[in-house]
Ligand binder design. Sequence first.
Ligand code: GLY
Length: 292
Amino acid sequence: MGISLIVHSGAGDDIHDGLVEPFRRGVIEAAKAGWSVLQNGGSALDAVEMAVRVMEDNPTFDAGRGSFPNQAGEIEMDAILMDGATLNNGAVAAIQRVAHPISVARLVMERTPHTLLVGAGAEAFARSMGVPLVPTEALLVERNDAPPTAGVSGSFLPVQDTVGALALDAQGHLAAATSTGGMRDKMPGRVGDSPIIGCGAYADDSIGAASATGRGEDIMKVILCKSACDLMAGGLFPQQAAESIIQYLARRVNGQGGIILMNPQGEVGCAYNSLRMGRAWVNPDGEIVAFV
Ligand code: GLY
């Protein structure tokens, strides 16, 4: 079985020219890290966790370090990880003071009887698992990227650097992971699509895997990732399914966002309706291809 990997670093209308190169470098670095895991015989779960951890460490992106603070100046992060072999998944929402929410999500999946822990409970669980806590200041990054006034779709989508990764391992198993600091200037306690199964991510060995970015309030209305996987189950190639579901998001709820998809054969697709979206994948020749 061939291995496959695709990552994204979010879609947005204010990924301006000055951010293109940092985005490109960031997705390439994440793809390399995830690919190395797969090449060394690691599982799809290990590969997506590694790729997302690399992007959580990158202050360019709105995940982990670099997450947008909420209106109270706090950083509250959401993440989910899903195993396509078992449909097991783990997620955290509005978690504070951890550098790698995706790894806490994996611990929720593997070490608790639950699938989603939020807020103080998620942080207490992380601490109990030996995850080091970091001060909010260590996650805050000064940004001076002034947003433009209108996006390509007419209404403006503030940068959504939510990050995500999909992988197929040598055993034929798929996995998906998504992590975010959420939307800019969100209310305290606001949770978007990212940690919600079927919305921010989905993986099922028999139909495919997906990770989403964009305005969570829109994405949740159409259960974007599961809906896209169902399109692949119905016979669409990943690129066709990605384009179809993003058109539906726009048509049905005036939604804005992007998605990456992978089918059980490891073929990938990506579509978005914002100005830009960072993404990288490994082509059949083993070369990393990146676009922003
Ligand atoms: N898609 C990320 C969010 O809305 O929080």
